[in-house]
Ligand binder design. Sequence first.
Ligand SMILES: [Zn+2]
Ligand SMILES: [Zn+2]
Length: 216
Amino acid sequence: MKLAIHQAVFGPLQNNVYFLVDEDSRACMVIDPSFEPEAQLRLARENGWQLKQIWLTHGHFDHTAGVKALSEAFAPPLPIAMHPDCFAWAATQPELMKMGMQVDPVPRVDIPLGHGARLAVDPAGGEKAVEVRDVSGHNPGSVLFYIPELKAAIVGDAIFAGSIGRTDLPGSDFELLAKNIRERIYTLPEDTALLPGHGPATTVGREKRSNPFVRG
Ligand SMILES: [Zn+2]
Ligand SMILES: [Zn+2]
C-alpha cells in the first residue's frame, strides 16, 4: 500500500478538499467535499481514483455542501463517515451560518467516527492506516485524520497556518479547542504536516513555536 494525498480548492469559501488515495488499488477517500461535486467527480475520474467513502472533519456547510450529490452519484451511495455530534449539530445548523446559500444537508451517517477510531483507505481489506482524533471546539465532534505513513494530518478548521478555527460560532468553545490543539495536535511529531480546511499547509512544529492563539 502506498498512500498519497491530493488537494484541490472548491467553492466560494475556498475550501481545501482532500483526496486520500491508495496508489496501488486506486481506492480513494474524499475528505470534506465542499461545493462543486461534479468537478470533484471529474477530477477523480481523470486521475483514475475510485471513490469509496466520504469522510468529514466537521459539520459546517462549506465542508459538507457536496456530500449528498457525491454520495448519490454512486449506486449504492458512497458511505458517509462523520462524528455523530457533528451530524446532530449540522441538522440544527442555524440558517444564518449558510450565508444565504442553498446547501443540501448531510443525509445520514453510515460510519460514526470517534476519538481513537482507525480507518482503512481501501475498505476492501487495506490496513487501517488512518487514526481519528477528536479535536472538538470549533464545532462539536470535530475530528482530524492522522496518517502517520504520510506524516500528515487533515485537520479541518481546528487549526490553520498562524491561526485557529473560529470559536464565536454557535456550539464553538475556545477553551476546549485550545486544550485539544495542545493535547491532540501538538503531541504529534513536529514534522507532521497539518492540512487545514482553508489556506496553506503548515507543520506541528511551526504552530507550536509561533501560533499566536494557542502556545505549544
Ligand atoms: Zn468550520
Ligand atoms: Zn471551513
